[in-house]
Design a protein around this ligand. Structure first.
Ligand code: HEM
Length: 383
């Protein structure tokens, strides 16, 4: 049996993922673990994988995953369809609704003064923004938050059966939404979900399995990652009063600042590939058919790519930041994610005159496969 290099769930990783991954990138940038998979920690290696989809396939599972689990030529038509749901015009039109959702959650949180930002703002915001963008009723947000929580708990416990059950539950949930829409047959389409049920790809209607998978991909992309991003940005502005002051007075710095804060602390841990042929990365030989995980958190903190990698700087080349990936699978929801995060932080700053930590209540970091924080207690002082 091949000796292993690390334990992706070891005590050092559970204590502080960023430090553990920084250490791995320096010590063993292409690492093999007991599950038989490889993890890549270096920016250069990750970029190579992202641009070589012939060697590093996205078809990592037997279950269909539209479009993330697809390779060319199948991926292209689905991806072009997905892109039409995130045009600049659609995203810009969502801003007033998004701002209203953010303002209501922030106002309620500010009334409480001391809150856990994850439960009071981040998770409900991510789920209700997802519902609103797709035209789903707002009461579907709470079940989505609950699903995200249980899915994470099952992954953490390594409980494959529970995980499979929870995945089926989300599929059934999404299939139920689609069924209701099909029964309503609203003409002309009122929202994006009405539009989706009429979509065709390669001249044929999308199947229920494809639609369900697509919406599942969006849900997983949106709820967990947006919520983690809100927590990470909230911690950064609460623990650096200089940065908080600067952002309060220079809101135009928010977009670049949010991208840079999320480079420093990635909200998404990894994505998987499988090798289609034997390959050498660094000095390691990887067999065909091996699972390879891209570690976004480590790649985006690589000192070989980023000068003073651990420092917050707004003068970096945005093209180096892998927050939203690169290549053919680059995040189609990036513009929407950026809008949601900017609007939420604008509302948070507008509703408060001070955001600070609470002395006896430390932050609790999330555990892999999640990133960011599990609990972010903050003191929000009304403006
Ligand atoms: C801060 C929030 C987000 C981050 C950091 C993020 C990051 C990423 C990254 C790194 C990838 C590339 C995955 C790979 O190479 O395998 C990706 C793909 C994807 N993201 Fe996002 N994402 C975010 C929000 C969203 C949102 C809001 C949506 C949709 C509502 C979304 C939908 C998707 C989809 C469908 C893909 C797969 C694209 C493909 O395979 O062609 N993401 N995302």
């Amino acid at each position: 049996m091949k000796p292993t290099d690390w334990d992706p769930h070891g005590p050092d990783v559970r204590a502080d993922q960023r430090t553990a991954y920084d250490d791995m990138r320096a010590r063993c940038p292409v690492a093999y673990d007991a599950s038989g998979g490889w993890t890549l920690f270096r920016h250069e290696d990750v970029v190579r994988v992202l641009h070589d989809h012939e060697t590093f396939s996205n078809v990592v599972s037997r279950h269909p995953s539209v479009p993330n689990g697809m390779d060319p030529p199948v991926h292209g038509p689905f991806r072009r369809l997905v892109d039409t749901y995130f045009t600049d015009a659609l995203v810009a039109a969502f801003e007033p609704t998004c701002r209203d959702l953010a303002a209501r959650l922030v106002d309620a949180a500010v009334q409480q003064r001391d809150v856990d930002v994850m439960t009071a703002i981040a998770l409900p915001f991510a789920a209700s923004a997802q519902c609103a963008y797709l035209g789903w009723p707002p009461d579907l947000a709470a079940p989505l938050v609950e699903w995200t929580r249980r899915n994470h708990a099952a992954t953490l416990a390594g409980d494959r059966d529970a995980h499979a059950t929870i995945a089926r539950e989300l599929e059934a949930f999404v299939a139920g939404v689609i069924d209701r829409r099909r029964a309503e047959r609203r003409r002309p389409p009122v929202d994006l979900t009405d539009r989706l049920i009429r979509e065709t790809v390669d001249g044929r209607r999308l199947t229920l399995v494809e639609m369900t998978s697509l919406l599942r991909n969006w849900t997983m992309g949106e709820v967990g990652t947006i919520a983690a991003s809100v927590g990470i940005v909230a911690v950064a502005i609460a623990t650096d009063q200089g940065l908080q002051h600067q952002l309060r007075w220079h809101l135009q710095l928010l977009p670049a600042s949010i991208d840079e804060l999320l480079r420093l602390h990635g909200p998404l841990l990894g994505n998987r590939r499988v090798t289609t042929r034997p390959v050498v990365i660094g000095d390691r030989e990887i067999d065909a058919g091996s699972r390879v995980t891209i570690n976004w958190v480590a790649a985006n903190r690589d000192p070989e790519t980023f000068t003073q990698a651990g420092a917050f700087r707004l003068d970096r080349d945005p093209a180096d930041n892998l927050l939203y990936g690169a290549g053919i699978h680059v995040c189609p929801g990036a513009a929407l994610a950026r809008l949601e995060l900017r609007v939420l932080v604008e509302e948070l700053l507008a509703a408060t005159c001070l955001i600070e930590t609470i002395d006896d209540r430390p932050f609790r970091l999330a555990l892999p496969p999640a990133s960011g924080y599990a609990e972010v207690p903050l003191h929000l002082v009304h403006a």
